[in-house]
Design a protein. Structure first.
Length: 160
Protein backbone atom coordinates (compact mmCIF):
# COMPACT_ATOMS: atom_id res chain seq x y z
CA UNK A 1 0.00 0.00 0.00
CA UNK A 2 2.79 2.41 0.87
CA UNK A 3 4.63 1.63 -2.35
CA UNK A 4 1.48 2.28 -4.37
CA UNK A 5 0.81 5.56 -2.60
CA UNK A 6 4.39 6.72 -3.17
CA UNK A 7 4.18 5.89 -6.88
CA UNK A 8 0.86 7.73 -7.33
CA UNK A 9 2.30 10.75 -5.53
CA UNK A 10 5.35 10.78 -7.84
CA UNK A 11 3.09 10.75 -10.89
CA UNK A 12 0.82 13.48 -9.51
CA UNK A 13 3.69 15.86 -8.77
CA UNK A 14 5.71 15.10 -11.90
CA UNK A 15 7.70 18.19 -12.73
CA UNK A 16 9.63 17.08 -15.81
CA UNK A 17 8.10 17.59 -19.27
CA UNK A 18 8.08 13.82 -19.87
CA UNK A 19 6.42 13.14 -16.51
CA UNK A 20 3.72 15.76 -17.13
CA UNK A 21 3.12 14.39 -20.64
CA UNK A 22 2.68 10.83 -19.33
CA UNK A 23 0.38 12.02 -16.54
CA UNK A 24 -1.74 14.40 -18.60
CA UNK A 25 -1.89 12.65 -22.00
CA UNK A 26 -1.45 8.92 -21.32
CA UNK A 27 -2.62 8.15 -17.79
CA UNK A 28 -5.75 10.32 -17.94
CA UNK A 29 -6.94 8.43 -21.04
CA UNK A 30 -5.94 5.09 -19.55
CA UNK A 31 -7.81 5.73 -16.29
CA UNK A 32 -10.95 6.69 -18.20
CA UNK A 33 -11.31 3.07 -19.36
CA UNK A 34 -14.02 1.17 -17.43
CA UNK A 35 -11.84 -1.91 -16.87
CA UNK A 36 -9.00 0.17 -15.43
CA UNK A 37 -11.44 2.05 -13.19
CA UNK A 38 -12.84 -1.26 -11.82
CA UNK A 39 -9.33 -2.60 -11.21
CA UNK A 40 -8.25 0.62 -9.49
CA UNK A 41 -11.33 0.64 -7.24
CA UNK A 42 -10.82 -3.01 -6.29
CA UNK A 43 -7.11 -2.53 -5.61
CA UNK A 44 -7.40 0.65 -3.57
CA UNK A 45 -10.42 -0.52 -1.54
CA UNK A 46 -8.26 -3.27 0.03
CA UNK A 47 -11.42 -5.33 0.66
CA UNK A 48 -9.55 -8.34 -0.70
CA UNK A 49 -6.87 -8.18 2.02
CA UNK A 50 -6.70 -11.22 4.28
CA UNK A 51 -4.62 -11.74 7.40
CA UNK A 52 -4.95 -15.55 7.37
CA UNK A 53 -1.20 -16.10 7.24
CA UNK A 54 -0.35 -13.49 9.87
CA UNK A 55 -0.13 -13.94 13.63
CA UNK A 56 -3.87 -13.32 14.02
CA UNK A 57 -4.84 -15.63 11.18
CA UNK A 58 -6.06 -19.20 11.39
CA UNK A 59 -7.40 -22.29 9.73
CA UNK A 60 -10.73 -24.03 9.60
CA UNK A 61 -14.06 -23.41 7.94
CA UNK A 62 -14.65 -20.21 6.00
CA UNK A 63 -14.66 -17.49 6.94
CA UNK A 64 -11.32 -18.15 8.56
CA UNK A 65 -9.68 -15.99 11.18
CA UNK A 66 -7.97 -13.22 9.25
CA UNK A 67 -10.68 -13.04 6.56
CA UNK A 68 -12.77 -9.90 6.19
CA UNK A 69 -16.39 -10.58 7.07
CA UNK A 70 -19.06 -9.40 4.71
CA UNK A 71 -21.63 -7.02 6.09
CA UNK A 72 -24.64 -8.83 7.50
CA UNK A 73 -27.78 -8.27 9.51
CA UNK A 74 -27.25 -8.62 13.27
CA UNK A 75 -29.35 -7.95 16.37
CA UNK A 76 -28.35 -5.48 19.09
CA UNK A 77 -28.92 -6.07 22.82
CA UNK A 78 -32.07 -3.90 22.66
CA UNK A 79 -33.54 -6.28 20.06
CA UNK A 80 -33.21 -3.91 17.12
CA UNK A 81 -31.69 -5.11 13.86
CA UNK A 82 -28.69 -3.38 12.37
CA UNK A 83 -25.73 -4.09 10.09
CA UNK A 84 -22.43 -5.49 11.38
CA UNK A 85 -20.19 -2.90 9.71
CA UNK A 86 -22.33 -0.05 11.09
CA UNK A 87 -21.84 -1.38 14.62
CA UNK A 88 -18.06 -1.75 14.46
CA UNK A 89 -16.99 1.90 14.23
CA UNK A 90 -13.66 1.29 15.99
CA UNK A 91 -15.08 -1.36 18.30
CA UNK A 92 -14.77 -5.11 18.50
CA UNK A 93 -17.93 -7.20 18.12
CA UNK A 94 -18.77 -10.58 19.55
CA UNK A 95 -21.29 -12.20 17.22
CA UNK A 96 -23.05 -14.76 19.34
CA UNK A 97 -25.93 -17.14 18.66
CA UNK A 98 -29.33 -16.09 19.97
CA UNK A 99 -29.00 -18.65 22.79
CA UNK A 100 -25.94 -19.43 24.90
CA UNK A 101 -22.43 -17.97 24.66
CA UNK A 102 -22.73 -16.25 28.07
CA UNK A 103 -19.31 -17.47 29.20
CA UNK A 104 -17.72 -16.33 25.94
CA UNK A 105 -19.33 -12.91 26.35
CA UNK A 106 -17.93 -12.64 29.89
CA UNK A 107 -14.39 -13.54 28.78
CA UNK A 108 -14.45 -11.09 25.87
CA UNK A 109 -15.91 -8.30 28.01
CA UNK A 110 -13.27 -8.84 30.74
CA UNK A 111 -10.46 -8.41 28.23
CA UNK A 112 -11.86 -5.84 25.80
CA UNK A 113 -14.10 -3.80 28.11
CA UNK A 114 -16.14 -1.00 26.56
CA UNK A 115 -14.50 -1.56 23.18
CA UNK A 116 -16.70 -4.65 22.73
CA UNK A 117 -20.23 -4.81 21.40
CA UNK A 118 -22.33 -7.97 21.79
CA UNK A 119 -24.44 -8.76 18.74
CA UNK A 120 -26.62 -11.75 17.89
CA UNK A 121 -26.60 -13.61 14.59
CA UNK A 122 -27.99 -16.75 12.99
CA UNK A 123 -24.73 -18.73 12.98
CA UNK A 124 -24.28 -21.40 15.64
CA UNK A 125 -20.69 -20.42 16.38
CA UNK A 126 -19.54 -17.34 18.19
CA UNK A 127 -17.26 -15.02 16.22
CA UNK A 128 -15.02 -12.25 17.53
CA UNK A 129 -14.76 -9.52 14.90
CA UNK A 130 -11.98 -6.94 14.84
CA UNK A 131 -12.79 -3.23 14.39
CA UNK A 132 -11.63 -3.50 10.74
CA UNK A 133 -14.29 -6.20 10.09
CA UNK A 134 -11.79 -9.08 9.95
CA UNK A 135 -12.60 -12.27 11.81
CA UNK A 136 -10.31 -12.60 14.82
CA UNK A 137 -11.58 -15.84 16.38
CA UNK A 138 -14.48 -18.26 16.03
CA UNK A 139 -15.66 -21.17 18.07
CA UNK A 140 -17.53 -22.18 21.18
CA UNK A 141 -14.63 -23.03 23.50
CA UNK A 142 -14.26 -20.50 26.32
CA UNK A 143 -10.68 -21.57 27.05
CA UNK A 144 -9.83 -21.15 23.36
CA UNK A 145 -11.13 -17.58 23.35
CA UNK A 146 -9.22 -16.83 26.57
CA UNK A 147 -5.98 -18.16 25.05
CA UNK A 148 -6.48 -16.25 21.82
CA UNK A 149 -7.24 -12.93 23.54
CA UNK A 150 -4.47 -13.33 26.11
CA UNK A 151 -1.96 -14.11 23.35
CA UNK A 152 -3.09 -11.18 21.20
CA UNK A 153 -3.04 -8.81 24.19
CA UNK A 154 0.41 -10.03 25.19
CA UNK A 155 1.75 -9.43 21.66
CA UNK A 156 0.22 -5.95 21.68
CA UNK A 157 -1.98 -6.78 18.69
CA UNK A 158 -5.16 -5.89 20.54
CA UNK A 159 -5.59 -2.58 22.31
CA UNK A 160 -7.89 -2.34 25.27
Amino acid sequence: MLRGTANVTKVNIASSPIGRFIRDRVLVRLFNLAGIQRWTTYTTSQLWVSYRKGPLGGRGAKPRPGDRLSDRTVVRADGGTTRLHAELGGHWALLAPHAGANELETVARQRLGDRLGILRHQDEQTMLVRPDAHLAWRGSDTAGLERWLDGALERGQVSR
